[in-house]
Write a new protein. Structure first.
Length: 363
């Protein structure tokens, strides 16, 4: 297991992060407090979650044994159950608090009231208090804003996060599902006000979904902001099961999220399958290994319901991809050039000095 710096901090996190979205089992018909019809029922968590305490203890224990020191959760996962089960697992396994980096998130609706969601001071203070209680800890290593609040001024959010850090309740802050300019604006305000900045962005990125490379990844690299990748297998699509026609009964068969261009995806999986066969590994391991070879990636979040799934994902850290293999994968999954990138690439050529060609010697 390798360890990478989180953003521009001195904190090191494992290249694989254990995601806990599968933790928790809401009773069928439970009403949650989202804004869509899907989120207003337990359907999404019935499909994603259903992993109880005993199995969670095994998953967390095996992850720690494999060298993972990074756990990511959120208050909305199974309406708080994920945080509760995660905190209980760490206690059950007698894992020392300072040996793990715990990340959680706030933004989603946790109640029926108008102030039970968003990134306002009112909600964030209450949300963190409840997350700490569920996780059975005094502080969170990384506190992330789970989405962009179009109502609350970003200055209010940043001021609140600054207070939470100063109080010792939060060590570092991050955000999730924000655009590059939004993170840049927030970090500019933080620099002006002497607030802690966002050290990480959690975003969807996979070999079948490389849109992040258009604008966000260049920004993250330039500003030394860390990248935590969610859904690295595109909701199970990159396991290869769907292209093989046997995806029935998997999560993606119930919830096709995140969206994937399957015509393009089948070509990508075909190349990955050939590489996987040649190396004697799974298609999923190739997909994860491709991400682990990307210099912009800090940590890849993996989620599992069963130990065999976790074991398969863990093996991705041992898969080495040669330059020619990476080039092959990059070519088949390349984005279609969009403006202004193609124009910027064209204009940048004018800044490259012409090659020096020495004069021919006299005969």
């Amino acid at each position: 297991m390798k360890y990478n710096r989180l953003g521009n901090t001195g904190l090191y996190v494992s290249e694989l992060c254990l995601g806990t979205m599968t933790f928790g089992a809401l009773p069928e018909g439970t009403v949650t407090h989202g804004t869509s019809s899907a989120a207003n029922s337990s359907a999404i968590w019935q499909a994603i979650g259903q992993v109880g305490q005993a199995d969670v203890d095994k998953l967390v224990g095996r992850s720690i044994d494999a060298g993972i020191n990074f756990l990511d959760t959120a208050d909305i996962y199974s309406a708080g159950q994920s945080e509760e089960i995660t905190g209980r697992a760490l206690r059950n396994l007698k894992i020392e608090r300072n040996s793990v980096v715990i990340a959680t998130k706030a933004f989603g609706a946790m109640g029926p009231g108008p102030n039970d969601k968003g990134a306002s001071r009112v909600h964030l203070v209450d949300a963190l208090k409840n997350s700490l209680r569920r996780l059975q800890t005094d502080y969170v290593d990384l506190y992330q804003i789970h989405g962009l609040d179009s109502i609350t001024p970003v200055e209010e959010t940043l001021s609140t996060l600054n207070d939470l850090v100063r109080q010792g309740l939060v060590r570092y802050i991050g955000c999730s599902n924000w655009m590059a300019w939004q993170v840049a604006k927030a970090n500019g305000i933080s620099a002006h006000c002497n607030y802690p900045r966002f050290e990480s962005l959690q975003a969807y990125y996979s070999i079948a979904g490389r849109e992040l490379e258009r604008d966000i990844i260049p920004f993250l690299r330039a500003e030394r902001v860390g990248l935590m990748v969610w859904s690295p297998l595109a909701g199970g699509y990159l396991s290869g099961k769907f292209a093989a026609g046997n995806g029935e009964g998997t999560r993606r068969a119930t919830i096709a999220f995140p969206p994937v261009d399957e015509i393009r995806g089948e070509k990508i999986i075909a190349v990955m399958r050939d590489l996987a066969t040649a190396k004697g590994v799974s298609v999923a391991q190739i997909a994860l290994a491709w991400l682990l070879h990307q210099p912009s990636v800090t940590s890849v979040i993996i989620g599992a319901k069963r130990l065999d799934q976790l074991e398969d994902n863990l093996k991705a850290t041992t898969v080495s991809l040669a330059d020619n293999e990476l080039a092959q994968l990059d070519e088949i999954s390349a984005l279609v050039p969009e403006y202004p990138r193609w124009m910027m690439d064209r204009q940048s050529l004018t800044r490259i000095p012409a090659a020096f060609v020495p004069a021919a010697k006299d005969a």
